[in-house]
Design a protein around this ligand. Structure first.
Ligand code: N01
Length: 502
């Protein structure tokens, strides 16, 4: 039997849990959450897994982003799969290429890569009870019992809506599509944006360029990054004693959750402590009081996502670096014109202007029960039940879906807990011979109403800033409680919140 025969519609008439066969599971995306899904599902005994990946390699965001200075501000010994801890991370905070090669080696070692259909974007998903009809960009059509969207959160670059952007005569590109053919040496480089990405880029390239122009709309809170290279002696020691790797993983887990997460959900002591660290970092690295004032945020720390970067302020203090705070009026062939009338002449323009945080699986068209369209249902303000499911979309799950805990946490860890939850649902389907499972409308509404209420007191909502956390409805699209509560939700599913469809 060929793989295609195995997916022929006739064989799927009988729900898998009643027919006593494996569920056919499609996983969309071969980034870190797709990798986690395959490994954990396989371990749990679900082996009929096909991964669809729009690109030609695994790795997701770490494959896509290749800009200079790319690194992860979550400690590497925690930003790791719990089932594939790595003793020999070269740095406390891993650089992008090291994370990408880790993703590739885990995917290869755990048999993920061989399940991936590369260069195959899923364009359409249509629920035809109890299965999903899946169509790809290559014209392939398949039927699956279960679909898991592991498409990531920040994968659609946002280009700024600035007049004349297309008229720029030099090289212009988004940070997520870095043009490595452009030699920056001796060039006049401008960068729009001052988020995590921009800070890493500015820190990495300022010494190469002749002039560095940073166009800041809003100053961000910036903490130093306690980066360090691990010695081979220490890494060898950890290789010999793997239980220590586990201890360190748990240590960072607790540390990050109890400090940064606590600060965002209302722990004023933590928040003040973090503000002090940031202000000291600014004072220590920016001697010029005028520049310092222009870099000082007028909203509360952690309202926007905190930035961890030690080399941004020193780079900005270099004589050939210029912080531009006048707003941009237009882009011209020669450079960027600001509200004070000045033209900042440039050879290269980098757009570090972030991502569409409301996309998730979109633009894939997802049609659930009774013709429900996911994009219309969300209408620019995506919501989910416990971040993994949506009423009206049975047997459809998301990893890193809307309102999951993000912020400065390890998304690998969160993904793994969500996959555990999905496995519990599959186990329940198997045990009860269910055809489908979907959250009830009332459970979804209760959950989201409680979130809306709780989010009001978080710094994301009260801190006086605008951020990508806030969606079209004006509400931060984030988990408002302590992350440990979310982990409990994930490991203690309440099946009464679901329609268990026979
Ligand atoms: O994007 P951002 P990012 N005119 O949205 C500015 C993760 N990440 O790519 O602040 C002028 O944070 C915008 O200005 P303002 C992390 O979760 C992680 O930097 O809105 N400026 C802002 O300064 C992060 O949060 C790591 O006023 C415009 C910037 O562009 C997320 O990715 C590393 C503008 C966008 O900042 C996104 O970070 C890097 C306009 N029209 C990224 N439009 C790790 O280390 C936007 N801006 C794990």
């Amino acid at each position: 039997m060929t793989d295609n025969d195995a997916h022929a519609p006739d064989s799927l008439e009988q729900p898998w849990a009643r027919a006593g066969r494996q569920p056919r599971i499609a996983i969309i995306g071969a980034g870190m959450s797709g990798i986690a899904a395959v490994v954990k599902l396989h371990k749990a005994g679900y082996t009929d897994l096909t991964v669809y990946e729009k690109s030609d390699r695994v790795g997701g965001t770490w494959r896509e982003n290749t800009y200079p200075g790319l690194s992860c501000d979550v400690p590497s010994r925690w930003y790791s799969f719990s089932f594939a801890l790595k003793a020999d991370w070269p740095h406390r905070f891993a650089y992008g290429p090291d994370i990408q090669s880790y993703m590739e080696s885990v995917a290869s070692e755990f048999g993920v890569t061989e399940r991936v259909r590369f260069n195959c974007a899923v364009t359409d998903l249509r629920y035809d009870a109890p299965c999903w009809d899946l169509t790809t960009s290559t014209g392939e059509r398949q039927r699956y019992d279960v679909v898991i969207a592991a498409t990531g959160i920040l994968h659609q670059p946002v280009y700024p809506d600035i007049e004349g952007l297309d008229s720029f005569a030099g090289s212009a590109f988004h940070s997520a599509h870095w043009d490595h053919a452009v030699d920056l040496a001796g060039k006049r480089v401008g960068i729009i944006g001052t988020g995590s990405t921009a800070c890493q880029i500015v820190g990495a390239i300022t010494d190469q360029v002749s002039q560095m122009y940073v166009f800041q709309r809003t100053p961000h809170w910036l903490s130093p990054l306690p980066q360090k290279a691990y010695s081979s002696g220490w890494n060898n020691f950890l290789t010999r004693f793997p239980f220590l790797q586990r201890v360190i993983y748990e240590y960072y887990y607790q540390l990050m959750v109890r400090t940064f997460s606590a600060a965002t959900i209302g722990n004023k002591f933590m928040q003040r402590w973090m503000s002090r660290i940031c202000l000291k970092h600014l004072a220590d690295n920016v001697p010029d009081p005028t520049l310092r004032a222009r870099l000082t945020p007028d909203y509360e720390a952690t309202c926007k996502r905190m930035i961890f970067c030690s080399d941004y302020y020193p780079a900005l203090s270099r004589p050939h670096a210029h912080l531009i705070t006048d707003s941009i009026t237009r882009i011209e062939p020669a450079g960027v014109r600001t509200a004070d009338g000045e033209l900042h002449e440039l050879d290269v323009l980098v757009l570090a202007t972030g991502f569409n945080a409301a996309a998730f699986i979109l633009p894939t068209r997802v049609t659930g029960e009774n013709g429900m369209d996911l994009e219309q249902t969300w209408d620019g303000a995506p919501r989910a039940h416990r971040a993994v499911a949506v009423p009206g979309f049975p047997n459809f799950w998301m990893v890193e879906g809307p309102t999951g805990p993000v912020g400065n946490l390890s998304l690998i860890a969160i993904s793994e807990h969500q996959v555990d939850y999905i496995i519990s649902m599959l186990d329940r389907m198997k045990a009860d011979g269910l055809a489908a499972i979907a959250p009830t409308q009332s459970a979804y509404e209760r959950y989201n109403a409680a979130m809306r209420e709780a989010i009001k007191t978080t710094t994301w909502a009260t801190g006086g800033c605008k951020s990508w956390y806030i969606d079209k409805s004006g509400v931060p699209n984030l988990y408002p409680w302590f992350p440990m509560r979310y982990l409990k939700e994930m490991h203690d599913p309440d099946y009464s919140e679901y329609r268990l469809i026979k």
